[in-house]
Write a protein that binds this ligand. Structure first.
Ligand SMILES: [Zn+2]
Ligand SMILES: [Zn+2]
Length: 154
């Protein structure tokens, strides 16, 4: 992969700016109710990166913890109230960040999505070729699986 320097990101209103030191290594579409509510859309285009590669100043960002799925600290911009980045810290030694791909300014730097999860919650039928996973646990396990495989081969 090409060496990319500091991928620029911002929240929808542009007030909260941050950057990534590396390209995210997993990308998928999430159809869960939390994403639908937070993003006010049928599904969310999500990228995953190690949290140590996310450079985000905490001022101007509020952190709200939603009980599921999973225990994610979701950073919300104080101005537009939209998600900035979510941090998952439940696995010791492996901090992960989940970011809405729309917050990344140059989406051409992203890898293609691997599939759709929480598809049983879909509000829109998706006609693409990507695999679709239904069910809470199957969706959770699939994301863990994608992350573990990419971490092992990287
Ligand atoms: Zn904002
Ligand atoms: Zn979701």
């Amino acid at each position: 992969m090409q060496k990319v320097k500091n991928i620029r990101c911002e929240c929808p209103c542009g007030k909260t700016k941050f950057y990534l030191k590396k390209p995210p290594f997993v990308r998928f579409y999430c159809h869960c109710e939390i994403c639908q509510k937070l993003y006010n859309s049928a599904y969310n285009d999500v990228v995953v990166i190690k949290s140590k590669n996310v450079v985000l100043k905490q001022n101007g960002v509020q952190f709200n913890k939603y009980r599921r799925p999973p225990a994610l600290d979701r950073g919300i911009c104080e101005q537009c109230k939209k998600p900035v980045a979510g941090f998952f810290r439940s696995i010791p030694g492996l901090g992960l960040a989940f970011i809405n791909a729309d917050n990344i300014q140059d989406k051409s730097l992203l890898t293609p999505p691997l599939g759709h999860i929480f598809y049983h919650r879909k509000k829109e039928y998706i006609g693409d070729e990507l695999p679709k996973f239904k069910g809470y646990w199957r969706s959770q396990i699939k994301v863990c699986h994608w992350i573990m495989i990419k971490l092992l081969i990287s």
